[in-house]
Design a protein around this ligand. Structure first.
Ligand SMILES: [Zn+2]
Length: 373
């Protein structure tokens, strides 16, 4: 860089600092500063070119250089980077006027843990395979769905969205289609399986109706996607965060069904199914909530605390729960606590850098319904 370019660069950084309107930009500021202080050989010129672009538009050599910078940061500044990212999330929440969301953090965390814990308590490790589900009629299914929707959202907004979706044919039961229609829908949506798809800014739910509790479970999973798509008019915020609200409401539904006295074995199957299908494709936002809480209480996230928390947590689990975890997370016993915590920290940083606004967005879908009453 020549003198003029350097001045322009510094002006640009100062300007960025004032706005710091994206997490990506803010992290760059931090990273560049760190790299300079430590005389690290990172390709600053290319990063300068890249920082002006959106993360996903940054390609080729620029993207490679950016990756070098992140790698450096993660290796040398792992927890500092995480602290900065979480602080920026909080800043972003405040600037967007999400005071309420921060305020309900404690309530939400408590509620979230209660739901998870209660569903885990309902879990019985025996008789998990090959159970016959009781058949339920379409009318009975409709009654359960409506009752749960009223429980989740007493403003009845979700209930009316459901009724509208049904009336306008946006909920498509795959197995009830004629062969001709099956072909037609497959062509139109690109797939014909349990999912929620956006077609010309309108979301559709596609579902096989088995006329059992499994259908109700799948329905609420997809319906939560439906609500978010309806508001955002985009397919998914990110594959990590978008699953969380769906899984959250699924857990809540399972608790609801259990309270209503449905068959214990069937409830058990639903929980087990979710436990197995969650770990790989969903990011549990309670991890970020825990970090936010820590920063808000004036503390920093440190490696030492993380390892102590993890070890305490593992030691507090029952033998049965540990067995389930080990069955589903095969590497749990071969990695030590430090490696697992590094992985958790890096994973959180990666996701926050790549999808800076999705956390706030998704979190507000949950808090918006539960705590705005
Ligand atoms: Zn999903």
């Amino acid at each position: 860089m020549d003198e003029e370019e350097k001045n322009e660069f510094i002006d640009y950084l100062n300007d960025l600092d004032k706005k710091a309107d994206t997490l990506d930009a803010s992290v760059h500021l931090y990273a560049i500063e760190e790299a300079r202080l430590n005389n690290v050989d990172v390709p600053l010129d290319n990063i300068y070119n890249c920082v002006r672009k959106d993360y996903n538009e940054c390609t080729g050599k620029d993207a490679d250089d950016k990756a070098i910078l992140y790698k450096y940061l993660k290796e040398k500044e792992r927890y500092n980077l995480l602290n900065i990212l979480i602080a920026l999330i909080i800043k972003n929440m405040l600037e967007e006027g999400h005071y309420k969301d921060l305020f309900v953090l404690n309530n939400f965390e408590l509620f979230n843990y209660t739901i998870m814990l209660e569903s885990l308590n309902l879990l019985d490790t025996d008789n998990l395979e090959g159970i016959e589900f009781t058949k339920i009629t379409d009318e009975e299914i409709n009654v359960i769905i409506e009752e749960f929707l009223i429980k989740v959202d007493p403003t009845l907004e979700w209930l009316s969205i459901y009724r509208n979706a049904k009336a306008s044919g946006n909920i498509i039961e795959i197995d009830k289609l004629s062969n001709g229609d099956k072909e037609k829908y497959k062509k139109r949506f690109g797939k014909l399986e349990n999912c929620c798809v956006l077609d010309d800014e309108t979301p559709y739910i596609l579902l096989e109706n088995s006329n059992t509790l499994k259908y109700i479970r799948s329905f609420f999973h997809e319906f939560t996607h439906y609500i978010i798509m309806l508001n955002r008019k985009i397919a998914y915020p990110s594959p990590f965060f978008s699953e969380y609200p769906s899984i959250f409401y699924e857990r809540y539904l399972i608790k609801f069904l259990s309270d209503k006295g449905f068959n214990k074995e069937e409830i058990n199957y639903l929980i087990k199914y979710r436990d197995i299908h969650t770990s790989n494709n969903s990011f549990d936002i309670s991890i970020i909530l825990g970090y936010i809480k820590k920063i808000l209480s004036g503390k920093n996230i440190t490696e030492e605390d993380e390892i102590i928390n993890y070890t305490t947590h593992i030691n507090s689990l029952s033998v049965e729960t540990l067995e389930i975890l080990q069955q589903n997370l095969t590497n749990i016993d071969i990695m030590d606590a430090t490696t697992i915590m590094h992985h958790k920290c890096d994973n959180t940083c990666d996701i926050l850098i790549k999808y800076p606004y999705d956390f706030n967005d998704v979190y507000s879908y949950i808090t918006g319904k539960f705590f705005s009453r």
